[in-house]
Design a protein. Structure first.
Length: 149
């Protein structure tokens, strides 16, 4: 599995930490920046990562900013993206099992490294349940096909 990884300045330190987790779990990643703690616009980096997931160049994405809210909004503007802002284990699991989320969003100023590590591990390791959830995800895809160009 290949992961698109991006952050803004507020998420930079946590992004660097998450890189180690991804490697330890045996996945590869593309680091799309930012590469310093200098102030940047989260949208520039969030769109880059979401587009790689949308086109299939990567399998999943992980985005990190201060609260996660900005990156979550940005990612969900991209056709084919189902990004979930996650702050605990339950929502990490449910976002994969029920929503087939393909982008995980974390808020570096909201959660610490320990919780982030557990979230990343469980999110990457949880499969989509399908079943009744498949129908619901399919409705999202159909709406996107009709309304998003």
């Amino acid at each position: 599995m290949k992961i698109a990884l991006a952050s803004d300045h507020a998420g930079f330190e946590l992004k660097e930490y998450v890189k180690g987790i991804i490697e330890k779990e045996g996945y590869s990643f593309i680091d799309l920046g930012t590469y310093t703690e200098d102030s940047v616009d989260y949208s520039d980096f969030g769109f880059k990562a979401a587009e790689l997931v949308s086109t299939g160049e990567t399998d999943k994405g992980i985005l990190i900013c201060g609260t996660g809210m900005g990156m979550n909004i940005v990612a969900n503007k991209v056709k084919g993206i189902r990004a979930s802002l996650v702050q605990d284990m339950y929502t990490a699991i449910q976002s994969r099992k029920h929503l087939d989320a393909n982008v995980l969003v974390l808020g570096a100023r909201v959660i610490g490294k320990g919780i982030a590590e557990e979230i990343v591990k469980v999110w990457l390791g949880t499969s989509f349940e399908g079943g009744r959830h498949e129908r619901r995800v399919e409705k999202i895809k159909q709406w996107e096909e009709k309304h998003l160009k």
